[in-house]
Design a protein. Structure first.
Lengths: 508, 434
């Protein structure tokens, strides 16, 4: 059986077309005889645990040639493999598929795919296992806790999966088509596929590296061109008085609860800077579930406002960073002030001071000092440190947080800081767009401000804090920060920050 | 004078003091030209699809606010909405708000837009500015509160309300910039609102307009009993029956005092909440009263303001027991008008409406012994109280105050309307303690 080494070699490479090219002619010539002696020539393949790759080829031959021997050998080979099953397949943008399943005994699993266009594809799952107590219970094997698996299968764009084998077991799983789902929802879907209720979060970096990150990068790739951003707006309301010559556009992304806007707008309405036309307001509604109610409320409340207010509804939830990007791209003034919806003015005059500071350093990314409702510092600059529970990941540290803001020095000029919170940022619009804005891969939000800060600094531009301009920040009102999924999101974004920022590769 | 009065309720549907204060001004300054806009007692009080109901010419009910923390307005405030259509034609020259509760802050902001020439006046009826929890400056645990703090207010509201509190605070700051002049019916309330941040130049003290009193003074209490030699002394509580009014304290204090003065009787005039409404304190009080002899404590039921003179005929003193800083309880004015002294806690607006030992007695708030001592003192002076001179003196003072209150409001309105540039600081010229 001189074909065995070539077959072994091709299968070892995961080269199924190569393996098929060796196997098929040989079987055509010696099929019945060879298959009757299969134990002999397949021994090295079994030893190399490559049966999961051979079974699909044999099965395919059984179908295409009506070859009962091929079917018999395939069945026999399957008996040498442990039990495995595919729970579901998640189809994501750009032909990236994620196979979610389990196997009885852990080894790096092989997934074999025959695509709609007839291409063979073998993918070796290198991601760490997932905890599956349900499988363990089902099989009656208490030690089989790490039975879950996640394998990424990239097929060519436009192609599909026609047939699928996991560890030699053919599966006809449910396909969850997530190709058109909003990016933050895709992130959540993939994180939930990691069995986050059971799998230790410490495995997330490896899961991202081996399976999830390429899928997410591919999914957010279309969101990168800045010219595309305004086209993601579905509806637009123009309310109140027009102030076309406003120096700055205040861009406020909205997600989840929007009643905070009542407080924010109230704090702006008593500020003459807004009614005088120094600033325009642009609310970016990044949540279709609130768009209708918020739109109705705005129309009823703001139609006669002395403020210049634009409300844009994004076509689907795009995540905090992208909502900001869309707002910045839509603004028409030279300067943009990004504000969270839960940032309120404490007293009039703050905007003029902030703009004056920026005028002295126009290239800066400039932030005010943020305080909480008890007058304690919430944000006075930011820096990254290693997480205590997972030193490989960065954590955002806010120096001075929790201290009395009244005791914090109010410097006449802005001071340099290592990084800035995305809750309130003033910058030149064109500078932001040239740098590419917030990185879209961060999805729901968190760490995109750290990454942008470091990118801004890498470009040789200053990061400044205006400690004499103080705003109230209620912090995180639209984000569900509690719960397991939120923890996984945060950890995933911390991983992205580290991956994208060389400065974070070695953390203090 | 075309004034739009805005109240948190209509006295036909809500019997609170604030509603009556607004209504009396409306009646006094001309229902033929003024308007009265009030929140309905509940959303269901208006027919489906109806945001504004015209109760009578120039009297409107609107859907009430959905949040007592945010004070939102539940009606469409567009110029094509029902409310604007109802109000716009009247060209009101002045808008006198008696609350933003239930009608909502957005309505106040809308009125500012719709009637830009009309000064906005707000009479404060309680402490909703500094107190997001029931507006009484009384904590959830029953302790008196010295002012708002986010963590403490959040605790009173049940937790997880810090955001709502901050939104509320921002909206109230906007209200501060929107109101041209504030009226406090008591000095105590004024002090609380100054502490809260109202511009002192825009805050005056003017008492609420009392009801139009019956012309004749009712018979004195000595006429209540025909039996010679029996010195019955009747103490009455008149008003709403709820946990904040301290009726349980009154009963306990009364029972203590009654041991020293066996002929003392207590009457409770006012409507009880429906049984089983969940207030343990009120339920306990109800049970307690059932256990007492009927001739000792009588529950006399609810009454309309016009019935008060008749109710007070057999009463020697009126007693209050409130646990919170009442602002300007009308019952004190009413009792005085009919020559009845008032016993009240030395607290909030109550303390400044009573001249101790002259028009009544003040006792230590929440202290049953102090209340009992005050009752005993009142009973000992019973004969004196019943002399026509004392009653007349108290009554005359009250009548004078009523006339003064009418004049003060009229003068205030006139001055306000004479200032064309009402946004100007000249409004501070109005600020005075009446």
């Amino acid at each position: 059986m001189k074909q065995a080494p070539e077959l072994l070699e091709a299968l070892s490479r995961g080269d199924l077309p190569g393996a098929a090219a060796v196997l098929q002619p040989w079987l055509d010539r010696h099929g019945p005889e060879a298959l009757q002696q299969w134990q002999h020539w397949l021994a090295p393949l079994v030893e190399a645990r490559l049966q999961p790759l051979l079974v699909p080829l044999l099965q395919q031959r059984a179908v295409s040639h009506g070859d009962p021997h091929a079917e018999a050998v395939a069945n026999a080979l399957r008996l040498t493999l442990s039990q495995a099953a595919v729970d579901r397949v998640i189809a994501t943008p750009g032909g990236q598929y994620l196979i979610v399943g389990w196997q009885q005994s852990w080894s790096q699993p092989w997934v074999v795919v025959l695509t709609g266009s007839g291409q063979w594809l073998a993918c070796h799952g290198t991601a760490p296992p997932l905890r599956r107590p349900d499988v363990s219970q089902h099989l009656g094997l208490p030690t089989c806790g790490d039975a879950g698996l996640l394998v990424r299968v990239p097929v060519a764009a436009g192609d599909t999966i026609a047939r699928l084998w996991l560890q030699g077991q053919e599966a006809a799983p449910t396909v969850l088509d997530a190709c058109d789902c909003p990016y933050p929802l895709l992130v959540d879907t993939l994180l939930q596929a990691c069995q986050l209720e059971h799998t230790p979060i410490e495995r997330l970096p490896e899961l991202l590296h081996h399976a999830l990150a390429p899928v997410l990068l591919r999914a957010c790739e279309p969101l990168r061109p800045t010219a595309l951003w305004p086209s993601l707006i579905e509806r637009r309301l123009q309310l109140g008085q027009r102030h076309p010559d406003a120096a700055v556009t205040v861009v406020v992304p909205l997600y989840g609860r929007w009643d905070v806007v009542l407080g924010q707008i109230a704090s702006f309405q008593i500020d003459p800077a807004f009614s005088r036309g120094l600033a325009r307001l642009l609310y970016v509604v990044d949540d279709p579930s609130i768009a209708s109610a918020f739109g109705r409320w705005c129309s009823a409340q703001w139609a006669e406002s002395a403020l210049d207010i634009t409300v844009v509804m994004v076509d689907q939830n795009r995540g905090f960073g992208m909502a900001c990007n869309i707002g910045v791209a839509t603004a028409s003034s030279d300067l943009v002030l990004l504000l969270n919806s839960d940032v309120f003015a404490l007293q009039p005059g703050w905007l003029e001071r902030l703009l004056a500071h920026h005028a002295s350093t126009p290239d800066a990314l400039l932030a005010p000092l943020l305080v909480d409702d008890e007058g304690l510092i919430q944000h006075a600059g930011m820096r990254a440190e290693a997480r205590l529970d997972n030193p490989a990941l960065p954590a955002c540290i806010h120096p001075g947080k929790g201290q009395q803001a009244a005791l914090w020095p109010q410097l006449a000029a802005p001071s340099s800081v290592e990084a800035l919170s995305g809750a309130a940022l003033l910058f030149q619009r064109q500078r932001w767009l040239a740098l590419g804005g917030f990185e879209p891969v961060f999805g729901t939000g968190d760490f995109e401000d750290l990454e942008l800060s470091l990118r801004w600094r890498r470009a040789g531009l200053p990061l400044l804090l205006a400690s004499d301009v103080r705003l109230l920040h209620l912090e995180g009102q639209s984000l569900a920060r509690q719960g397991l999924l939120a923890q996984w999101r945060t950890a995933a974004n911390a991983w992205w920050a580290r991956k994208l920022c060389p400065e974070l590769q070695v953390l203090p | 004078m075309k004034i739009l009065y805005v109240s948190h309720g209509h006295p036909q549907l809500n019997c609170g003091g604030g509603e009556w204060a607004a209504w009396r001004l409306f009646e006094h300054f001309g229902p033929e030209s003024c308007g009265f806009l009030a929140a309905a007692p509940a959303s269901g009080a208006l027919p489906p699809g109806c945001e504004v109901k015209e109760l009578a010419p120039r009297q409107w009910l609107i859907k009430p606010s959905t949040s007592a923390v945010m004070h939102d307005t539940a009606v469409n405030l567009n110029r094509n909405g029902q409310l604007h259509a109802a109000l716009a034609q009247h060209n009101f020259a002045l808008i006198h708000l008696h609350h933003y509760l239930h009608v909502g802050l957005d309505l106040v902001f809308a009125l500012r837009r719709w009637f830009p020439q009309a000064p906005l006046v707000l009479t404060l009826h309680d402490y909703w500015g500094p107190c997001a929890y029931e507006g009484r400056l009384l904590r959830r645990d029953g302790q008196l509160c010295d002012g708002p703090r986010p963590a403490a207010c959040d605790q009173c509201l049940g937790g997880n309300q810090r955001t709502e509190l901050a939104i509320r605070q921002a909206r109230l700051q906007q209200l501060k910039g929107c109101i041209d002049h504030w009226i406090a019916p008591s000095y105590f309330l004024k002090r609380q609102y100054l502490k809260w941040g109202v511009d002192p130049r825009r805050l005056s003290v003017i008492d609420n307009l009392p009801p139009t009193f019956a012309a004749a003074a009712p018979p004195s209490a000595s006429a209540a009993t025909d039996e010679p030699g029996i010195d019955v002394f009747v103490v009455a509580y008149c008003g709403q029956i709820n946990r904040w009014k301290g009726i349980d304290l009154i009963v306990e204090g009364f029972l203590l005092a009654q041991q020293h003065h066996p002929e003392m009787q207590l009457q409770i005039h006012g409507g009880w909440p429906a049984a089983g409404t969940g207030d343990a304190l009120i339920e306990a009080l109800r049970q307690k009263l059932k256990s007492l002899p009927a001739q000792l404590v009588q529950c006399c039921g609810t009454y309309q303001p016009g019935e008060l003179p008749q109710r007070l005929q057999a009463v020697d003193v009126v007693v209050m027991g409130s646990r919170w800083y009442e602002n300007a309880p009308m019952i004190i004015n009413e009792a005085h008008r009919y020559g009845r002294p008032v016993l009240a806690p030395d607290l909030g607006g109550m303390a400044e409406k009573i001249k101790h030992d002259i028009t009544g007695w003040l006792f230590k708030p929440g202290d049953i012994n102090s209340l009992a001592k005050a009752l005993i003192k009142a009973a000992k002076n019973g004969k004196c109280l019943r002399t026509n001179n004392t009653a007349k003196s108290i009554s005359l003072n009250a009548i004078n105050k009523q006339a003064k209150c009418h004049k003060q409001h009229k003068a205030f309105y006139d001055k306000l309307l004479s200032l064309t540039q009402y946004h100007d600081i000249r409004f501070s010229q109005l600020a005075r303690d009446s």
